[in-house]
Design a protein around this ligand. Structure first.
Ligand code: ADP
Ligand code: MG
Length: 383
């Protein structure tokens, strides 16, 4: 593979992710349970001898070039204003955050051309952002011989997204993209960053996991996302705990007394969702994947009614899938659009797909894009 006329010296890739369960719990120090998608972002790297980084993507034919020593002047982003095209703040922000994390002297680092191509759908809740971050972090970590481990690379990705892109997201996506393993999901404690790869066994049980992308872009997510974060912080403050992670289901009666109705429902979602993640992991281990359906359904209801981040298209996808025979279904990702998932018998994939497509047509909604995903490997060197 060639990039920008130079010959690639290495190739890397990192996946997107699907969150099986545990939504908006990451920034509350709670639990999440995502897996890596077979969809990946690939990067071909060629070294340069002039201390510069040049990035190009199939998203935008115009390359962006900066001196490594100048990254410090570009980031962190101030007031949401980017000095370079927004897409390039993902890979260049990762380069900047890597140098910070490793305490490296930028003037000593080898320059590179990085060419990106991806089949991770953008804005569908599959985290194309973590995929480009993970691919970049893995490639530059090795090029620059920084020796950061996978958890440190996930933290670099998050810092780039928070401070160079300017999106206030949690650590889940980057951890899933860095750590994913085939046929497993990453049980992640977002407080300690301890992880456990838990076997899913979908294929062995004759099950498939469908992504139902509503094609509703989460355009308003920034405002809604920030508001939900603020409600969670307010709930923790009034309840006198550092984070909502520190509450359990037994605290909800007291929360109902102390909190206004909206804040209480936001808190109840986080507290019960954390419990559902723990229950899902235990149920998978003890009883197998067929037994997790009701937990998926309960998670969706909680996001629809308590956290209020669903939209009619996501509700219709989840409800129709279950009515057509899915074992369980829920919206996945930050909400306000994006995708839902359904766990279905592989034999029933076609029936469920057709039922959801028909329901969308009947409701006058834009046609959804429905496809199965197989839990896959995390970031890696490909060549
Ligand atoms: P999501 O992560 O849900 O797909 P985000 O808004 O978090 O959505 O991230 C999408 C953004 O990430 C894109 O708009 C683009 O700026 C950047 N991005 C993702 N993948 C690529 C890529 N392969 N090339 C260039 N930019 C990318
Ligand atoms: Mg993202």
């Amino acid at each position: 593979m060639t990039s920008l006329g130079s010959t690639a010296t290495s190739e890397w890739s990192a996946p997107g992710r699907v969150n099986l369960i545990g939504e908006h719990t990451d920034y509350n120090d709670g639990f999440v349970f995502p897996f890596a998608t077979p969809h990946r972002t690939h990067v071909a790297l060629a070294t340069r001898d002039d201390g510069r980084l040049r990035v190009i993507s199939t998203f935008d034919a115009v390359p962006v070039e900066v001196a490594i020593a100048d990254l410090d002047a570009l980031f962190p982003t101030v007031d949401g204003q980017h000095a370079v095209p927004e897409w390039s703040t993902y890979p260049l922000g990762v380069a900047w955050a890597l140098i910070q994390a490793a305490g490296a002297d930028p003037t000593t680092l080898t320059g590179a051309d990085l060419a990106f191509a991806s089949n991770v759908p953008v804005g569908a809740g599959l985290s194309s952002s973590a995929a480009i971050e993970g691919a970049t972090a893995s490639a530059l970590n090795e090029l620059w011989n920084l020796g950061l481990d996978r958890v440190a690379l996930a933290q670099v990705g998050r810092r780039a997204e928070n401070e160079a892109v300017g999106a206030p997201t949690g650590i889940m996506d980057q951890m899933a993209s860095m750590l994913g393993e085939p046929d497993a999901a990453t049980f992640l404690d977002c407080r300690s960053l301890e992880t456990d790869e838990v076997e899913l066994g979908f294929a062995a049980a004759g099950l498939s996991l469908l992504v139902m992308d509503t094609n509703v872009k989460h355009a308003h997510s920034t405002g809604g996302y920030g508001e939900r974060r603020a409600s969670c912080e307010e709930g923790a403050r009034v309840m006198g705990v550092p984070m909502l992670r520190d509450l359990s289901v037994g605290d909800l009666d007291r929360a109902a007394e102390l909190l206004d109705d909206v804040t209480f429902r936001r808190v109840r979602h986080i507290v019960t969702e954390n419990q559902r993640v723990l229950d899902t992991v235990r149920t998978l281990r003890d009883e197998g994947p067929r037994a997790i359906g009701s937990l998926l359904d309960a998670s969706h209801a909680s996001m629809r009614d308590d956290f209020e981040i669903s939209v009619p298209e996501l509700d219709l996808a989840a409800d129709t899938a279950v009515a057509a025979g899915a074992i369980g279904a829920r919206m996945t990702g930050g909400g306000f659009g994006g995708a839902a998932i359904a766990l279905v018998e592989t034999d029933a994939v076609e029936t469920v797909t057709l039922a959801v497509e028909q329901a969308f047509a009947d409701a006058g909604f834009t046609a959804p894009t429905i496809f199965p995903v197989t839990p896959s490997a995390g970031a890696r060197r490909d060549g």
